[in-house]
Design a protein around this ligand. Structure first.
Ligand code: ATP
Length: 210
C-alpha cells in the first residue's frame, strides 16, 4: 500500500476509522476473511460503497473470496499512520484534560500520552496518569526532544487559539480541540473539533421533539 494519502479523498478518510474499528473487532473474533456483502451488512453501508472506498487504495478484495481481514486492517492502519505509535500531549490539566489522560482507550489504539501541560502553578508538578504536569512554556523544548505529533486541547475557550498557535509553532501537527470554540491553525496543521456540547444540544433538540 502506498503511504501517500494524496489520492484518497477526505470523504473516504473520514470513513476509514470506522472500517478500521470493525475490522479490528472481526480480527479479534478470529475471522480471517469477509465478503463486502457481509461487511456491508454489519456496518450498515452498501456493498458498493465499501468496494468503492476500499478500491481507493488498491483493490484488496478478490472476486469470490472477499477481503483478507488482517491485510485490510493493517493496510488501513498504515494509511491512518497507526503502524507506529503516535505520541500525543494534553494541554490543559483541568477536569476534562485529566479525564482524557486517565482514559486508557487511546493508548491501546496507538496514541501514547507523553506529556501534559498547564499554566497554573496549582497544576504544574502534579501527577496525572503517571505524567508530571509541565509548564506550558516548556512545550517548545519538550517538542524538540520528543516530537509529539498531536495535542488535545482542554483549556478554557478564551485560551484555545493562543495555545494552538504556540503549540503549532513548537511543531505540533494536529489538534484535537475540545474547547467550546473553533480554533484556526496555520497551513500544514490539522484540527479536529470535539464540540461535545454541540452534540448534547442536538440531543436536547431531538429528545424534546420525541
Ligand atoms: P479546574 O480543574 O481548574 O477546575 P476545569 O476543568 O474547570 O479546571 P478550565 O477552567 O476550563 O477547566 O481549565 C482547564 C485547565 O486549563 C486548567 O487546569 C487551567 O489551569 C488550564 N489553563 C488555562 N489557561 C491555560 C493556558 N493558556 N495554557 C495552558 N493551560 C491553561
Amino acid at each position: 500500500v502506498e503511504k501517500s494519502n494524496k489520492k484518497i479523498s477526505g470523504e473516504v478518510i473520514k470513513r476509514l476509522p470506522r472500517y478500521y474499528r470493525y475490522l479490528g473487532d472481526l480480527k479479534k473474533s478470529g475471522l480471517t476473511k469477509i465478503s463486502s456483502t457481509e461487511l456491508s451488512r454489519r456496518m450498515n453501508v452498501t456493498p458498493s460503497q465499501i468496494r468503492q472506498d476500499l478500491n481507493c487504495f488498491g483493490g484488496f478484495g478478490q472476486q469470490g473470496y472477499g477481503y483478507n481481514i488482517e491485510n485490510l486492517y493493517n493496510s488501513i492502519g498504515k494509511i491512518l499512520g497507526l503502524d507506529s505509535t503516535v505520541d500525543t500531549v494534553i494541554i490543559g490539566a483541568g477536569n476534562l484534560g485529566s479525564a482524557l489522560a486517565n482514559y486508557k482507550g487511546f493508548e491501546s489504539r496507538g496514541f501514547k500520552l507523553i506529556g501534559i501541560f498547564d499554566t497554573s502553578s496549582e497544576k504544574i508538578g502534579t501527577i496525572i496518569a503517571d505524567c508530571e504536569v509541565l509548564p506550558l512554556q516548556d512545550l517548545e523544548d519538550f517538542c524538540k526532544k520528543n516530537m509529539p505529533k498531536i495535542a488535545m486541547i482542554t483549556v478554557p475557550k478564551g485560551a484555545a487559539s493562543e495555545v494552538a498557535e504556540y503549540a503549532a509553532k513548537c511543531g505540533i501537527k494536529g489538534f484535537l480541540n475540545f474547547t467550546y470554540t473553533d480554533v484556526t491553525v496555520p497551513e500544514g496543521v490539522a484540527v479536529e473539533n470535539m464540540h461535545i456540547s454541540d452534540h448534547l444540544m442536538m440531543l436536547s433538540y431531538k429528545t424534546q421533539n420525541m
